[in-house]
Ligand binder design. Structure first.
Ligand code: IVH
Length: 681
């Protein structure tokens, strides 16, 4: 029997899987479902196991990780990987521009040629990928700029990295060294940390550390489990690739199949660069990855060469930094908070510092293991970070600055609030107070219930909740609705007017959407998105309460843990009795989301309400799943394919066939910026 038909099958599978992986991971525009992909991959693995000679270096099967190394090799970069000078103000950037103008004047080059690219400065790990005759043969870290560590097996596991350059009209370069930044998206980072926290492993302080730690694994099978991504922004040595500007080079890299950040602008004037910086600053809090500034590069490669380099950094580029998101301050004390689910969390009380315009006086320390691991003591100087919307965290402390008076922290073995002995659950690092009527837990549950994203009861703040619980007026959600003018009038600092306001606010909260109500219940693993998902899938609360775990986990987009937690919550009689009481008190839970999306048509007057929308291409401001959530919440319908019924096509970067189809059907097309603007109206 000849191996030829098998060889043919392997080649076809390798080619098709590569293409599907590119569509999925780089274009974010898959054309087959995950299950089909997995089946094809499984078949290829079988073939390659039987005929190892068919397992070529760029086979998609090579992404799963290789046997562990005992130590990393090192390799010298053909061209040093430089760093960048920093600028912090528009004046710094204008001064950079003036220096460039002056140098060009000397060389008698017209100033009109001096244009720039403006690129997000990604906060990840710099790497270099070497392609020989189109095949990935080496990947290294930046290291000290001259020599880096060889991390080829690890890089192969990053699905976005092409193992072979994509075929284009361009000739395959003999040699191409590509440079870029490996990152972890915020969402992947949070998931990773949550699972590490559960397992009792050290959490990563920020996505950059998580990316660095993942790339530094000697066992690439571990790296393969990490949600790494990459954007490329430059080249080292090349042979057989022609380009005369940074922007041309970037579009070549994109053609070769690399993810190039879609927020890059250029070639543009220095004035437009300053505008782009402001705009990027407004996008920053909403991006799913961290950026710490903008890199401004002279676009024309000839001019770059004229300007040249200093020892450590080029003269033709500068980093225009955003305000820092990390600062050093003193840990004045470590206190212990009891959360909604009884988890005891140590919290650092800090000497207040302003980080990125917000005063920070507390930072979470996660759990006792984490404090031990980082050897955090009361009185230490600490580096504190506040990135995006996340809770401030202690990144590390500075032991060299100790005075000898710092105190070691011990986790209490009783709940600091109700004095019940705490329990450390097996296989979990968390210490819990298991007393369900612990007043700290109750307070947190009530606080969550009335919070902005929950029932949004105006004026029912922390202190008031404390009093209501402490005075025995409220011992469940349902009790809130039994409060009267007389009962609240006796509370501290509660005049007649504020008492009336409070009762009125509770009255106003009696009309609530199902999504908000589910979120407000504070069920484990059930955030806003999961709550909205429930509302989209169940006609009313009764339908949801009747669903079992199996039915819940069958919902597309639903996590197993969430399904279990929701089913578990409604199986506790106390919870259902409380809900019944709430309804009897006149709380009206309406599922407007279900009506808007599925049944009755739009209620609100948002431009997207009742419209049918298709999302395609790479979105950068939100992930596609988030954009979809937002649209659903506005009452739009989000579908997967373009037809005459489609009202809008939202076309991100590299939109492909759907864009063409929408154009031919004269469907209204929105680019991402228009889309975000319309969403916000
Ligand atoms: S260009 C000679 N472009 O910033 C130019 N770097 O401080 C040097 N970085 O090590 C690199 N985004 O890790 C360049 N769009 C971008 C970048 C970027 C992030 C990082 C990179 C580099 C560091 C320099």
């Amino acid at each position: 029997m000849t191996i030829d038909p098998i060889r043919e099958e392997a080649r076809t599978l390798q080619k098709e899987l590569t293409e599907h992986s590119y569509r999925y991971h780089v274009l974010d525009d898959p054309v087959i479902d995950d299950h089909t992909y997995d089946r094809m991959l499984k078949r290829l693995v079988e073939i390659e196991e039987q005929y190892p000679e068919l397992s070529v270096p760029d086979s998609p099967t090579r992404r799963v990780g290789a046997p562990p190394l005992s130590v990393f090799d090192t390799a010298e970069h053909s061209i040093p990987m430089l760093s960048l000078d920093n600028g912090f103000t528009a004046d710094d950037i204008l001064a950079f521009h003036q220096r460039n103008l002056k140098a060009l004047e000397k060389a008698a080059i017209p100033a009109g040629r001096l244009l720039y690219t403006a690129e997000p400065k990604l906060d990840g790990v710099a790497v270099e990928l070497t392609y020989e005759k189109g095949v990935l043969t080496l990947a290294t870290t930046r290291g000290d700029g001259r020599t880096g560590e060889v991390i080829t097996d690890n890089i192969r596991t990053v699905e976005q990295v092409p193992l072979r350059l994509r075929q284009t009209d361009r000739p395959v370069p003999d040699l191409l060294e590509v440079r870029g930044e490996v990152i972890i998206h915020q969402s992947g980072f949070e998931l990773l940390n949550r699972s590490r926290l559960n397992k009792g492993d050290a959490v990563f302080a920020n996505p950059r550390n998580a990316a660095a730690g993942s790339l530094r694994q000697l066992d690439s099978r571990i790296t393969a489990q990490r949600p790494l991504a990459i954007f490329v922004y430059g080249v080292g040595l090349t042979r057989g690739l022609d380009f005369t500007s940074q922007s041309q080079m970037l579009s070549a890299l994109k053609d070769f199949g690399f993810p190039v950040n879609p927020l890059i602008r250029g070639p543009i004037s220095i004035e437009a660069v300053l505008e782009a910086y402001k705009y990027l600053g407004t996008l920053r809090p909403d991006l799913d990855y961290e950026i710490d500034g903008m890199v401004i590069k002279v676009d024309d490669i000839g001019l770059q060469q004229q300007l040249g380099e200093k020892t450590k950094s080029p003269r033709w580029a500068i980093a225009y930094k955003f305000p820092a998101s990390e600062k050093t301050t003193r840990i004045n004390d470590i206190i212990v908070q009891v959360g909604r689910t009884g988890t005891l969390t140590p919290v650092a009380e800090l000497e207040p510092v302003s980080i990125g315009g917000v005063t920070v006086s507390r930072a979470t320390l996660h759990n006792a293991d984490e404090i031990k691991r980082k050897d955090i003591r009361i009185g230490d100087q600490a580096l504190v970070t506040r990135a995006g919307d996340v809770i401030p965290k202690v990144v590390k402390i500075f032991p060299s600055q100790r005075k000898g008076t710092e105190a070691v922290f011990h986790m209490p073995d009783i709940c600091p609030v109700c004095n019940t002995r705490v329990r450390r659950l097996e296989e979990e690092a968390a210490v819990k107070c298991i007393n369900a009527s612990c007043s700290a837990q109750l307070k947190e549950r009530i606080r969550h219930f009335v919070s902005k994203k929950g029932l949004d009861v105006d004026g029912l703040g922390k202190k008031l909740v404390d009093q209501l619980v402490d005075k025995g007026l409220v011992s469940s959600f349902a009790d809130l609705f039994t409060l009267t003018l007389e009962s609240v009038a006796g509370l501290d600092r509660m005049g007649n007017k504020s008492a009336a306001n409070l009762i009125q606010a509770i009255e106003a909260a009696k009309k609530v959407s199902m999504a908000r109500f589910i979120f407000a219940l504070g069920i484990d693993h059930t955030g806003e998105n999961a709550a909205r998902l429930m509302a989209v899938n169940f006609k009313d609360l009764d339908a949801l309460m009747a669903a079992d775990e199996l039915a819940l986990s069958a919902i597309h987009g639903m996590g197993d843990k969430t399904a279990r937690a929701i089913a578990g919550f409604f199986s506790v009689p106390e919870n259902t009795i409380n809900i019944e009481k709430i309804r009897l008190a006149g709380v009206d839970i309406t599922n407007d989301l279900y009506q808007e999306v599925g049944v009755e048509g739009p209620k609100e007057s948002h431009v997207f309400a009742g419209k049918t929308i298709v999302l395609t291409g790479t979105l950068t401001v939100f992930k596609r799943s988030e954009a979809k959530e937002k649209l659903l919440a506005l009452g739009a319908k989000v579908t997967g394919s373009v037809s005459k019924k489609t009202d809008f096509l939202v076309a991100g970067e590299s939109a492909g066939s759907k864009l063409a189809k929408a154009e031919s059907l004269k469907v209204k097309i929105l680019d991402e910026i228009q889309f975000v603007e319309m969403l916000n109206t």
